[in-house]
Design a binder for this molecule. Structure first.
Ligand code: NAD
Length: 737
């Protein structure tokens, strides 16, 4: 029998080696076809008397990334199209579709012959759930092996037996921690948790797996044996009586009740451990069916999986421009940002020149890279050899002539028009024809900067976020005259350094900072209203923001806010900044010297470690305080999310953002906009534009005109539109017409 995605080789001992290697895919993923083939493989190996056992492995460097979530997208379509007419029938269909993988893995577990999973690389989600259903699990000790059930990160949870098997192998606390955070385990950690049986050298993997079968591995899961006991004794023990109330409380603290899938993990484990294994599987299947119908699952999968992948693969890249090969990239300005840009460029294997005013400044930039390498090597994330190779790619220089053969130059000098103008001229004097110039400015419009360029067609913005090594997003900004080649090169570069790009048209603050400043401004308003500062920060976190607005402002630097506000007033007039905001920030910076984390005092105080930062007690003395009981926390939450979402909607209305995927992905990766919403526009679509307009009108009546819904939103509300419908990134409507 032949298979499209698998090969089977049975050796002289009767052990069938099943190797999963999907053609034309860089990574193995579960599709309906793959599951059909696995079912046939089970039937074939069961009926073949010559087969004594099965070793299941991957022919790729990774084991598998789990299910192809576009398969789940198909289920969403079923939900949408059938729920209206036949809600029960639709539910049943989803329940059955969800159970396909669950019961197929159960079929492996109960097939009567021993199966061993040989985990040779990253093994995620459904693939690890398949491994858990095998009777033996051997993992390679290669650094690249990561084991995880990360479903919760996209709004779902391990729904193919994961919640039941992990909780019957590991202790409940570790099991819950692993699944509710979705974090990755090394092979050694998985073994310590009792989730794999053996960890071996990569070259020994298949032999070790076969040996398990030869040693007489029993084809029965522990929970199918008589007298099986859950580790720790299960739910009705004194230890569990301590664990479970704390587990719910911790989950509440970490998620503020915003992630229904995380709660479903707790419920599946808690309920599942009290019943026979197969009943536990049904409980999990039932919760999975429920979770799949939540707005959170729909929006998170769309933004954090589908859209992120599409943008990463160059959804916005102009066709017809040859793919860029980077032989050398120049970074001018080896300061805070430039040094890290140099580092991530070299980490992608591209030679980079770090250019600054003199060799001392350029050397400082390289020293920063050396520090980053030393940190990564120290943490075991990079080998010493790789670190040396990376550093060898970075050449500090004070001579513009070194840029004469660069394909792309990224400017990260002081945020000053005149300094940038001089740099643009000097770089262009040596830069070869056709090479691209990018600015990392955070506030200066690209079109204006491009006026200093002799070739504005080849001029573009690539806006990085700090810390560059960690932040996954880059904002690519098109000036009025930016051409297709510049965009293609910028996107190829962003792909090379493995970050996710969003492409936006030129505007003050671009997309991300426009939204971020709305968030921070709302906090200034709340301070002025006398809302206790701690409530402001906590309300933001309850709304799902990872960092409170005052804390964020401290990180960005309060005096940078002052500079930006003053620049807005100078360029756009007094009305562009609220006088109360300017007064607050002037007081913080000019009178109190509270500039943020960088000088150890801002909205927070930063005492010496190990003490933790805390809100500066004097902050509440700046304004008469409301009583905490008089403040409605839910309204504070709504204000934070609505003011950001409104700004995102304005950028669409102004033609700055043209693709809703970019506003959503940009808002989550750029500043952590409540990920459970799927991003700033999915937040609006999720509740319905009409409901959002109503919310804005209500907020505008109490908190100011900046909440007034825009004409576009009102029009969409009247027509029942959504952002993804009206600004359909796939052009489905246009294609149909
Ligand atoms: P920085 O002051 O740390 O670094 C600027 C560097 O440019 C310094 O090393 C300086 O010596 C060098 N420089 C100045 N004039 C030069 C010239 N004529 N030729 C060569 N080098 C010169 O500043 P930074 O924080 O790294 O910011 C750099 C740029 O990045 C700014 O445009 C800023 O707006 C932007 N940016 C900053 C952040 C951030 O978080 N700091 C985030 C995104 C973008």
């Amino acid at each position: 029998m032949t298979y499209k995605n698998f090969t089977i080789e049975t050796d002289a001992d009767g052990i069938a080696l099943v190797t999963w290697d999907m053609p034309e895919k860089s990574m193995n993923v579960f599709t309906v076809e793959v599951m059909d083939e696995i079912e046939r493989i089970i039937d074939q190996t069961v009926s073949d008397d010559g087969v004594k056992g099965v070793v299941f492995t991957s022919g790729k460097s990774t084991f598998s990334g789990g299910a192809d979530l576009t398969m789940i997208k198909g289920m969403f379509e079923t939900i949408a199209s059938e729920r209206a007419s036949d809600p029960e029938g639709a539910m049943q269909k989803i329940f059955e579709a969800v159970g396909r993988m669950t019961w197929l893995w159960r079929k492996i577990e109960t097939n009567g012959k021993p199966w061993v999973s040989a985990i040779n690389g990253t093994c995620m989600g459904g693939a690890f759930e398949l491994s858990l259903a095998c009777h033996g699990r051997v993992a390679s000790n290669a650094k690249s092996v990561k084991i995880a059930l990360p479903e919760v990160k996209v709004g779902i949870f391990p729904g193919a037996g994961g919640t039941q098997r992990v909780a019957r192998l590991a202790n409940a606390q570790d099991a819950l921690q692993m699944m509710t955070t979705g974090s990755s385990l090394t092979a050694a950690r998985a073994k310590a948790m009792n989730l794999v049986h053996q960890v071996v050298e990569p070259g020994e993997l298949i032999n070790a797996a076969k040996q398990m079968i030869k040693d007489g591995l029993k084809p029965v899961a522990p929970w199918d044996e008589k007298g099986f006991k859950v580790p720790g004794g299960g739910i009705w023990t004194p230890a569990a009586a301590q664990l479970w109330p704390a587990a719910s409380a911790i989950l509440r603290r970490e998620t503020a009740g915003n992630y229904p899938a995380a709660l479903a993990i707790l419920k599946s484990v808690y309920e599942g451990l009290q019943v026979p294994f197969e009943t536990g599987l049904k409980i999990e299947q039932r919760y999975f069916t429920q979770i799949l119908q939540t707005t959170e699952a729909f929006s998170m999968i769309r933004s954090l999986f589908v859209s992120m992948q599409e943008l990463g693969k160059g959804a916005r890249r102009p066709a017809g421009v040859a793919k860029s090969e980077f032989k050398k990239i120049g970074v001018v300005g080896a300061g805070f940002m430039g040094a890290s840009i140099g580092y991530v460029t070299a980490a992608a294997g591209i030679p980079v020149v770090l250019n600054d005013r003199d060799m001392e400044a350029a050397g400082k930039g390289k020293a920063v890279c050396e520090g980053l390498v030393a940190g990564a090597v120290g943490k075991g994330k990079m080998s010493k050899d790789d670190g040396d190779k990376l550093l060898a790619l970075i050449t500090p220089s004070a001579d513009y002539a070194t840029l004469a053969d660069a394909d792309l130059v990224i400017e990260a000098v002081f945020e000053d028009r005149d300094v940038k103008k001089a740099v643009i001229e000097k770089v262009e004097a040596v830069l070869p024809e056709g090479a691209i110039f990018a600015s990392n400015t955070s506030t200066l419009p690209i079109t204006g900067l491009a006026e200093n360029s002799k070739r504005p067609v080849d001029f573009i913005g690539i806006h990085f976020f700090s810390p560059v090594e960690k932040m996954m997003l880059t904002e690519v900004i098109l000036g009025k005259e930016t051409g297709d080649k510049a965009l293609a090169v910028a996107l190829d570069y962003v792909a090379a350094i493995r970050k996710t790009p969003i492409v936006v048209n030129d505007t003050r603050g671009f997309f991300v900072n426009r939204c971020v400043f709305r968030y921070i401004n709302e906090a200034y308003d709340m301070l002025a209203e006398g809302v206790p500062p701690v409530m402001i920060e906590n309300a933001a976190k309850f709304a799902g923001m990872p960092v409170g607005p005052l804390s964020l402002n401290d990180e960005v630097a309060v005096d940078l806010s002052q500079k930006i506000m003053k620049a807005s007033i100078a360029d756009l007039g007094e009305a562009s900044v609220k006088p109360e905001h300017m007064a607050l920030i002037n007081k913080m910076v000019d009178d109190l010297d509270r500039r943020g984390r960088k000088n150890g005092k801002g909205f927070y105080d930063y005492p010496a470690k190990p003490a933790k930062k805390h809100i500066w007690p004097g902050l509440k003395d700046l304004y008469p305080q409301q009583k905490p009981d008089d403040v409605d926390v839910k309204t504070l939450q709504d204000r934070f999310l609505a003011t950001i979402a409104l700004e995102a909607a304005r950028t669409v209305e102004e033609g700055i953002v043209t693709d809703p995927r970019e506003a959503d992905v940009g808002s989550i990766l750029g500043f952590g906009f409540a990920p459970y919403t799927g991003g700033a526009l999915s937040y609006i679509d999720g509740m319905g534009v009409k409901a959002f307009v109503d919310l804005c009108e209500k907020l505008a009546a109490s908190y100011g005109d900046h909440f007034q819904p825009t004409p576009l939103l009102k029009d969409m509300a009247a027509k029942g539109d959504t952002f993804y419908g009206r600004f359909d990134p796939y052009g489905t409507a246009a294609k149909a017409a």
